[in-house]
Design a protein around this ligand. Structure first.
Ligand code: GLP
Length: 248
């Protein structure tokens, strides 16, 4: 079944729409005295949406005091304080600018010794479960259809784990590193099943991603296009601009 899409004239309008839905959920949970558990993504796609959340915090008093976050992924190995880490990214674009409690922020730790990684991944899943599951998961999409760092072939049953990055993904992400050789070959990522367990999923895509967006929204459901599995989620929306929606 086709994934529902919201199409906007540009990424700024799409980003505002997503930030508004997130803000409404945070406020709804606040009114009920509950935590709001967000699954968050990195990459260039969500930057404008995070800027809009920061604006809502500063100008409209949106509070993150009840927000708990779980990020999708992190490079491995990489120190937290490296500029390229997703830990740094999230602090730079969102966490440093809002009133979130540091204890409520969860990001896979890319700096553990290999012997501790398996246990860390199990703990990460347990923390999500203990938080009551993810209320809303934000996603971007890779050119090969990856979500988080679940590359083509990732099992629908996969949970948080260490994976090998495809070379195409390393090349796409090389802009943040001095050269391709410095892009880590591994990453920690939530699994497809972790993502599918979120109560609500919003995938954003802007610009030159029309072919992979079309395959994901209306192509065959296949593990070769990880985002196509979202066709089987009962509350998933793709938020697109005109370019990324061009082949629908
Ligand atoms: C990265 C991230 C994904 C992201 C994707 C697209 O590798 N791990 O979560 O969705 O690639 O990146 P961008 O938003 O820069 O196009």
């Amino acid at each position: 079944e086709k994934i529902p899409c919201e199409i906007f004239g540009n990424s700024k309008e799409g980003s505002r729409y997503v930030a508004r839905e997130i803000a409404d959920l945070i406020k709804q949970k606040q009114a009920q005295g509950q935590k709001c558990v967000l699954g968050l993504a990195t990459g260039s796609t969500p930057i404008t949406m995070y800027a809009e959340l920061v604006r809502l915090h500063k100008e409209e008093g949106l509070s993150f005091s009840n927000v708990v976050t779980f990020n999708l992924d992190e490079y491995y190995p990489l120190q937290k304080d490296a500029f390229q880490s997703y830990w740094s990214f999230m602090h730079r674009h969102l966490f440093n600018h809002v009133d979130i409690d540091a204890a409520n922020i969860h990001i896979p730790n890319g700096s553990l010794p290999k012997s501790e990684v398996k246990n860390h991944c199990l703990q990460y899943e347990q923390m999500i479960a203990d938080a009551g599951g993810i209320d809303l998961q934000v996603l971007g999409i890779g050119n090969n259809g990856h979500i988080g760092f679940n590359e083509p072939g990732a099992s629908i049953f996969s949970k948080t784990r260490l994976i090998n990055l495809e070379n195409s993904t390393r090349i796409a992400n090389a802009r943040d590193f001095q050269n391709i050789a410095r892009v880590p070959r591994l990453a920690l990522t939530m699994g497809i099943s972790t993502i599918m367990n979120a109560k609500r999923v919003i995938l954003m895509a802007w610009g030159l991603k029309a072919p992979i967006v079309a395959k994901s929204v209306e192509g065959h459901v296949t593990d070769q296009v990880p985002a196509s599995i979202l066709q089987q989620h009962n509350s998933c929306t793709f938020v697109l601009d005109e370019l990324s929606a061009a082949e629908l």
